[in-house]
Design a protein around this ligand. Structure first.
Ligand code: LLP
Length: 464
């Protein structure tokens, strides 16, 4: 964080100086500015006004930043790799109709990890040829759904291959293999997947056996290999190493008469949640991966496969923010001040799940210096519902708009209705226009799927 010369205390507007060309390296969306009212604007929209119009909490996604990230990934692979390439958006980071349609409009494919994500991508009009279906325990119904739309299935285990073979006749499903590469990376234990003790993918010592099974099952169209080593990764070496491992498996496949077509290095590029986070840019990361795969293929003397990567967080994480309204402020003498907001762990489960750290500002007091370190508390009946343990903010008052940055990835997608709070709305902002892309839930929505058994409905206190 850069300190202002006059106050020596950072103000909200100082975060604007942090904006870089690569969206994943910026704490705020690329279009963030401060207007004459001293309010934060994103995508040409005044954040405080957005809250007045659409209510709070409010997820705000910046279209320009998302499009920029998509283009940097797409061009980064295309310009550094001599073969074909495709970027597929890992939609678990944020899956809804508009975001699927937006990334597809930028030419990206989509990675889905459940029947629900697949359904949404299809309803958004995404070309099934560019959809890849992941998951370590896809049900038979989900596999049928995948075969019906002809998307690619990334097979994770023996049961899936058996079921696919049963369903395959007449359909020739495209099948990729997810293999655990045994590559360690330094990230949170829960989001690390490349090490051998992982629930995902085939064990490397099963590769020979599984390739042989595919060779003997011509109804399955083997297209290549996939691995995902983890998420929020700042080093480039793990993906360089991964390139070599994946290419060796493709070479083995080709020796067994299964010509390699595609190689998928997964996602995982990290983002800047705080000033301490220093991930490579999307351009640097794609160049590293493309060059590593090309070199490994030259060494192994195999034709260049189509190179695929599947970023999630680095496309939507920093391009989204959550705006809250400040409510009660509680001072515990000589201990701390709690600033309570109108959301919490139900709209952002990451602090309580991973102890994730976020930065915040008061969107209607952008030039005011931070004077006090406070805790930003949610409104759930749970002491651990603290969004930010230590936030340096200007004096906050009820009705201020408190903004938490970098919530675009795994915020809404991991949200819940805990305490029957209503899931917030999401707007997509662009050049002064804000479109609601997810409506706020209503109280009626909360009970829409509740059913009251006859024997209870006679009780007057529960009659609707
Ligand atoms: N591909 C596969 C197969 C994945 O499992 C994931 C993420 C990705 C791609 C995208 O990874 P990314 O580029 O977003 O790092 N809920 C956690 C993150 C879980 C990541 C799950 N898999 C969090 O909030 O940090």
């Amino acid at each position: 964080m850069v300190l202002t010369e006059t106050t020596q205390q950072p103000a909200g507007s100082d975060f604007l100086r942090e904006i870089k060309d690569s969206p994943n390296q910026s704490l705020l969306p690329l279009t963030a500015t401060v207007n004459a009212q001293d309010h934060l604007e994103i995508g040409g929209c005044d954040v405080t006004e957005l809250v007045q119009i659409f209510g709070s909490p409010l997820y705000i996604m910046d279209e320009h930043s998302i499009r920029t990230g998509c283009a940097q990934y797409r061009d980064g692979l295309a310009n550094n790799y001599s073969g074909q390439s495709l970027v597929i958006y890992a939609s678990k980071a944020l899956n809804c109709l508009a975001i699927c349609a937006l990334v597809a409009d930028e030419g990206l494919g989509i990675d889905v990890a459940s029947g629900g994500e697949l359904y949404t991508a299809l309803q958004a009009g995404v070309d099934p040829k560019k959809i890849y279906f992941h998951g370590n325990n896809k049900s038979r119904a989900e596999l049928e759904q995948a075969l019906a739309c002809h998307c690619t299935v990334v097979a994770d285990n023996w049961l899936e291959l058996k079921t696919l073979a049963e369903l395959a006749p007449g359909k020739s499903p495209r099948v990729m293999l997810r293999i655990t590469p045994g590559i360690e990376c330094h990230t949170h234990e829960y989001i690390r997947t490349g090490h051998l003790d992982s629930k995902f993918g085939f064990d490397p010592n099963q590769v020979e056996e599984v390739l042989n099974l595919l060779r003997n099952t011509p109804s399955l169209d083997f297209v290549g290999v996939h691995a995902h080593i983890g998420s929020q990764i700042f080093e480039r070496e793990p993906h360089q190493d991964l390139a070599g491992v994946l290419v060796n498996w493709l070479k083995r496949a080709s020796e067994l008469g299964l010509p390699p077509q595609e190689l998928n290095v997964g996602g995982g590029l990290g983002i800047r949640y705080t000033e301490a986070d220093d991930p490579p840019s999307i351009g640097e990361w794609t160049a590293t991966v493309a060059q590593a795969v090309e070199q490994a293929c030259q060494q192994a003397q195999i034709n260049l496969p189509k190179l695929i990567c599947e970023p999630g967080r680095s496309l939507v994480g920093t391009t989204g923010v959550t705006a809250y309204t400040v409510g009660s402020c509680k001072e515990v003498p000589e201990t701390r001040t709690y600033i309570a907001v109108d959301g919490g762990m139900s709209d952002n489960a990451r602090p309580i799940t991973y102890e994730s750290v976020y930065r915040s500002l008061i969107a209607n007091k952008m030039s005011q210096a931070g004077t006090e370190t406070v805790s930003v508390a949610g409104k759930h009946c749970e002491s651990g519902d603290i969004l930010i343990k230590e936030a340096l903010l200007p004096p906050a008052e009820p009705e201020d708009t408190l903004l938490v940055m970098t919530t675009g990835g795994y915020g809404y997608s991991m949200a819940s209705n805990y305490n029957r709070l209503l899931r917030p709305a999401m707007v997509l902002v662009h050049e002064g226009i804000a479109d609601v892309i997810i409506q706020r839930k209503t109280y009626q929505d909360l009970i829409n799927h509740d059913r009251l058994p006859e024997r209870l409905s006679s009780n007057p206190s529960t009659t609707l």
